[in-house]
Design a protein around this ligand. Structure first.
Ligand SMILES: Nc1ncnc2c1ncn2[C@@H]1O[C@H](COP(=O)(O)OP(=O)(O)O)[C@@H](O)[C@H]1O
Ligand code: SF4
Ligand SMILES: [Mg+2]
Length: 353
């Protein structure tokens, strides 16, 4: 579907630190929560980049930075070649219109006192140039239809809809300004599994219809597989490994990815028998005090002295570089090696749609 189109977003060394303060009268900064600590990637036109990692690893912070709800501490975000981290005022507003967010929780992200029509049409209040006033009602009805809701229900309130329908409302609102990029922050995590598939299918359909590029965030590798062209695995503010879906799911080389994959549900019982379970020791360390060297080392079964001393760069590990093949993708591990965890089965490949 995508191959190597131009990059619509270029993210370089993105950093977001939240100051940790102490004291009531004299607030003093005593440290920082390093929520995002050096993230780089390209998002190509028309593709879906899946971003996966455990709770607290910085996914939502990346999302808020991408849609300019927050400013980075350091680093760059280029949109169509233009550095948008330096923009303000009208120029920033124009860019924000093209990069929209779909939020995780369809229960709390919709104002319960607003009608569905007002919720979906709200972006036109902020960007009146996007639709003349007289046409907005009609545009809202069209948007409801596009996401599979009954346009007649425009005057209903969020509580009159199911979880899946509410997420469709959130998606309709995200589409209102005809953006080019949608950052979806765990858009299906709060939904039942059966409903998850419907919402993901809808998002794929909309991607083709409106030529959208997606950053699709999830905490579970199984959720993003179906929709992603490429996947990045995040740990404690950084990317641990990134590649095409076949590279990540069938040829993972980073221990953290391998551990995450070993926890993915396998529907086929025979395959489940053969699958290895890798149980990680301990909890995620605090992002206010991340381990030296490799951030994953406190939970890694392969950790050696070098791991505490040197930060492993996110690049193609040397041992795979010459040979090429699916193991030759970026992986931030000093001792990267292939370890297929999930038995290869099913359609795999480069995604459908
Ligand atoms: N506004 C904030 N102020 C201070 N710390 C924050 C703020 N937002 C997020 N954090 C911290 O940054 C880390 C990453 O959070 P987040 O991006 O929400 O992770 P995820 O979405 O992967 O669960 C967490 O430790 C979280 O507590
Ligand atoms: S660099 Fe060391 S600690 Fe980090 S993932 Fe690789 S082996 Fe484990
Ligand atoms: Mg989050």
């Amino acid at each position: 579907m995508t191959a190597d189109g131009e990059a619509i977003l270029e993210v370089r060394d993105l950093v977001k630190h939240y100051p940790l303060t102490r004291g009531v009268l004299f607030r003093k900064q005593v440290g920082a929560v390093r929520a995002v600590d050096g993230v780089s990637f390209d998002l190509r036109r028309g593709e879906t980049l899946g971003v996966v990692g455990e709770s607290g690893c910085g996914k939502s912070t990346v999302a808020r930075l991408l849609v300019h709800l927050e400013r980075p501490t350091a680093g760059r975000i280029r949109y169509k070649g233009e550095d948008v981290t330096r923009l303000s005022g009208r120029a920033l507003k124009a860019v924000r219109r093209n990069i929209q967010m779909v939020f995780q929780d369809p229960y709390t992200s919709l104002n319960p006192r607003m009608t569905v029509g007002d919720i979906v049409g709200e972006p036109f209040e902020i960007h009146p140039e996007a639709a003349p006033k007289g046409s907005r009602r009609q545009r809202v009805r069209e948007l409801l239809d596009v996401v599979g809701l009954n346009p007649e229900h425009v005057n209903r309130y969020p509580h009159q809809f199911s979880g899946g329908q509410r997420q469709r409302i959130g998606i309709a609102r995200g589409l209102a300004l005809r953006p080019e990029v949608i950052v979806a922050d765990e858009p299906v995590s709060a939904l039942d599994v059966s409903v998850q598939a419907q919402v993901i299918n809808l998002m794929e359909k909309l991607q083709d219809a409106f030529e959208l590029s997606y950053v699709f965030i999830a905490h579970d590798l199984s959720v993003v597989r179906h929709i992603s062209d490429r996947v990045a695995v995040m740990y404690l503010g950084r990317f641990a490994e990134a590649g095409t879906d076949a590279e990540i799911y069938e040829h993972p080389t980073h221990p953290y990815t391998q551990a995450l994959l070993s926890a993915v549900p396998v529907p086929d019982p025979a395959a489940r028998e053969r699958r290895e379970r890798i149980l990680l020791a301990g909890d995620i360390p605090s992002p206010a005090d991340p381990p030296s060297g490799c951030r994953f080392r406190t939970r890694c079964w392969k950790a050696q002295e070098k791991c505490a001393l040197e930060v492993p760069p996110l690049e193609v590990p040397e041992r795979f570089r010459a040979a090429g093949g699916p193991a030759a993708h970026v992986s931030a591990c000093h001792f990267a090696e292939e370890r297929p965890v999930v038995p290869v089965a099913g359609p795999g490949g480069t995604g459908g749609g």
